[in-house]
Design a protein around this ligand. Structure first.
Ligand code: ZN
Ligand code: ZN
Length: 142
């Protein structure tokens, strides 16, 4: 299936898709707006929101709104888990294979039809680890 043939890909949508095309990138709508504006200076935040919803609704990109944090978008449609830095909020793809059997075993235990399993690991990213270790313990983050 070629998304570019199936849907009307306006310059705005193409710019957004290009922005989300990089792996391991999970920008917020505002970050997408900042990036797309470099290519399309007249685009508005509202247009970016509308197109993000359109692309999400048509399965061309994915929306991630876990943990009560900011809604983030990504172009990686493959099933994968995430790691979140609890200090700076950075979200990355977890470099492990998803456990297919997790959903299957749950389906045997309840009456739900399970179609999604989102897993988010939490930790400290390398940058924040470096920052934390460069401080003394008494100055550690409250
Ligand atoms: Zn961090
Ligand atoms: Zn991801």
């Amino acid at each position: 299936m070629n998304a570019y043939q199936k849907f009307k890909m306006t310059p705005q949508r193409i710019a957004i898709m290009n922005c989300l095309g990089q792996r391991n990138l999970h920008p917020t709508a505002d970050e997408v707006f900042q990036a797309v504006r470099k290519m399309l200076p007249r685009i508005s935040l509202g247009t970016v929101y509308r197109n993000l919803e359109f692309l999400t609704g048509n399965g061309l990109i994915k929306k991630n709104e876990q943990g009560g944090g900011q809604r983030r978008y990504e172009g990686n449609l493959e099933k994968h888990y995430h790691i979140k830095c609890t200090s700076c909020g950075r979200l990355e793809d977890a470099p492990i294979e998803p456990f297919e059997s997790l959903e299957n075993s749950l389906e045997g235990l309840c009456d739900y039809k399970i179609f999604e399993c989102q897993v988010e690991f939490e930790g400290l990213c390398p940058d924040c680890q470096a920052k934390h270790s460069s401080r003394t313990n008494s100055q550690a983050e409250a």
